[in-house]
Design a protein around this ligand. Structure first.
Ligand code: ADP
Ligand code: MG
Length: 264
């Protein structure tokens, strides 16, 4: 479905990503984890053709992404960036309408089918009763769902989500994760999602890719990736690993001997 071949990109002398080879299969949910500044957003931006790689290529359904038009990409792949512009003076429905743009020609207005797809996107995200509300009037969780509704109105096969849960409380984080899982199961969307909550990544994804300093350090299912060594190597913390069925989860061990704050 989605393949990167020897991707490289250099932001500055101090940060580059190099030789990134990943393969995302149709129907997978893949979590991307790693410390702040490890290159997760850069990776998603290259995969969605917002940044041109300096080396290598991204293949979407076998086609090199740079040979596809912007609209051609958007019909197959939707990307939800890390920080959306929350000051947009739009209603929920108006935002979701933008999701139909890739399917329309210049000056072509929305037709019956577009309206049905917009209704569908609002229904899937439980936003029917919010369609005429302005984005500024929504809670964080509702707003995030509105952006997801816009993304899925594109009818993408692949959905890229950059930290969709970061600023939400736990209940709304769960709501987003359940929505993502539902999009995957019911509508067969392939998902690549950046998460900071590693337990959530372990719980909800088929595969976890761990980035540090612009390189892939681990790539596999939760059982193989979630281990003490990974936390030491990537995050420099000690953890205990537990299991709930076949899903691992972790708890940090308190670093008494390395206490970094003055107690005075
Ligand atoms: P993550 O999403 O994992 O936190 P990013 O991909 O946003 O990491 O950033 C990786 C590194 O690249 C960081 O050190 C960041 O400061 C740097 N970086 C990101 N965007 C730019 C840019 N437009 N220009 C220069 N450096 C950038
Ligand atoms: Mg980021």
């Amino acid at each position: 479905m989605l393949l990167t071949k020897d991707l490289s990109y250099k932001h500055s002398e101090t940060f580059s990503i190099e030789d990134i080879n990943i393969e995302i299969k149709k129907g997978e949910i893949v979590s991307l984890i790693g410390p702040n500044g490890s290159g997760k957003s850069t990776m998603l931006r290259i995969i969605s053709n917002l940044l041109k790689p300096m080396g290598g290529a991204v293949l979407l359904d076998g086609n090199e992404i740079q040979t596809l038009s912007r609209k051609g990409i958007a019909k197959k792949l939707a990307m939800l960036p890390q920080i959306q512009n929350y000051n947009l003076d739009l209603t929920v429905r108006e935002l979701v309408e933008f999701g139909r743009n890739p399917h329309k020609g210049w000056f072509q207005s929305l037709n019956e089918e577009d309206e049905q797809i917009i209704d569908w996107a609002l229904e899937v995200t439980s936003l029917q009763s919010y369609e005429y509300r302005f984005l500024q009037s929504l809670s964080g969780g509702e707003r995030q769902r509105a952006w997801i509704a816009m993304a899925i109105a594109q009818r993408p096969k692949v959905l890229l989500l950059d930290e969709p849960t970061t600023y939400l409380d736990i209940a709304h984080q769960l709501e987003v994760m359940e929505l993502v899982q539902m999009l995957n199961e019911r509508f067969d969307m392939t998902i690549v999602i950046v998460l900071h909550d590693i337990n959530q990544a372990a719980q909800h994804s088929d595969r976890i890719i761990v980035l540090k300093d612009g390189q892939i350090h681990y790539n596999g299912n939760a059982q193989t990736v979630i281990c003490k060594q990974m936390f030491q190597e990537i995050f420099e913390i000690d953890v205990e690993i537990y299991h709930d069925g076949n899903k691992p989860f972790f708890k940090p061990i308190r670093r008494q001997e390395k206490f970094i704050f003055s107690t005075k």
